[in-house]
Design a protein around this ligand. Structure first.
Ligand code: NAD
Length: 296
């Protein structure tokens, strides 16, 4: 059996298509475009390229965006003040504010993220948004988790009553995804297990998964013997490795070639969850603009 490929690029393009017309409606109603402001600290190549792809996706759907660049030497206090000034619209109207991670190690990331007002927190990392999600009344859902759920719904992969195993317990991906898949409604109602670096017998647990999500950041962590035949395998991991020919390439956490012979569905890296993360960010930015404009 060869698994059906879950094409994140194609789905993201369809989502962008409908967002474009929703943005047009917003512009007609409020005579302005939604606007996203991104804070980029330092010159990490990966962060720079993520920010670039977010900005060009925003442009494609008619959302304005701006990148505020800060040197890697910025302190926690400076970054907190910068975010506060963006929230006062001192860098132009900011419906959505996003701080590109990772921040330099000496910076208190939580303090900087907490400075993003919850009603502009398009990454969904603020404790207020995390709390709303955990209570089953989501506002801004973390983009990658939302993208994985959307991928499952779009492919018609049943989640209700199924066993979803998520490997990775981060606040950014694993935990919010667990909450989404366990919540009531479409793309939810699953029985969810979270595995992590201290889990015993990881393969014994993953073999029970009807839906297996890998969100760790370790190439080939998930091998074919860890996968239940016919299951859906979603690969969130992004790892930069150097191949035998010396060229750098991106791989996920799943041993793709072997696992695709066992799984029923599989998402590739690149071209799987990544583009959906960006599409969900655009959706959150439009939502932030709508919430803000309807309050006025
Ligand atoms: P993280 O480092 O915060 O969390 C990694 C998790 O993996 C931890 O919870 C840890 O307990 C678990 N873990 C580590 N080693 C393990 C092991 N041997 N067995 C089981 N669990 C183990 O990472 P994150 O921010 O959640 O990101 C995870 C991966 O997803 C990274 O590769 C990241 O680049 C990628 N990512 C991709 C997207 C996307 O859009 N596709 C978005 C965010 C993150």
């Amino acid at each position: 059996m060869t698994a059906t490929l879950l094409d994140g690029r194609a789905l993201a393009a369809r989502i962008e298509g409908s967002l474009r017309s929703e943005v047009d409606t917003f512009v007609t109603m409020f005579h302005r475009r939604p606007r996203l402001v991104v804070v980029l600290v330092g010159d990490l190549a990966a962060s720079g390229s993520y920010v670039k792809s977010k900005a060009s996706a925003a442009d494609r759907v008619g959302i304005d965006s701006d990148v505020v660049r800060v040197p890697a030497t910025a302190t926690t206090d400076e970054l907190v003040s910068l975010v506060a000034s963006i929230a006062r619209d001192e860098h132009g109207p900011a419906d959505g504010i996003l701080v590109q991670l990772p921040l330099p190690e000496r910076v208190d990331t939580v303090a900087v993220l907490d400075a993003v007002p919850p009603d502009r927190d398009v990454d969904g990392f603020h404790p207020e948004n995390a709390g709303l999600l955990s209570q089953g009344r989501p506002r801004f859902v973390p983009c990658t988790a939302a993208g994985v759920q959307r991928m499952l719904i779009d492919a018609g992969i049943e989640t209700a009553g199924r066993h979803a195993v998520i490997v990775g317990r981060s606040d950014i991906v694993g935990k919010p995804l667990a909450l989404l898949l366990a919540s009531r409604g479409p793309g939810g109602d699953a029985t969810v297990t979270i595995c992590h670096s201290r889990s015993a017998d990881l393969a014994g647990v993953t073999r029970q998964a009807d839906i297996l999500v890998a969100a760790v950041g370790r190439p080939r962590l998930v091998t074919a013997d860890m996968v239940k035949p016919g299951s859906a395998v979603i690969d969130v991991g992004i790892n930069r490795i150097v191949g035998p020919d010396g060229t750098a390439k991106l791989v996920g956490d799943v041993d793709f070639d072997a696992v695709r012979e066992v799984a029923g569905w599989i998402s590739p890296v690149p071209g799987g969850v990544g583009p959906l993360t960006v599409a969900m960010l655009l959706a959150n930015t439009l939502l932030a603009a709508e919430l803000r404009s309807s309050r006025r």
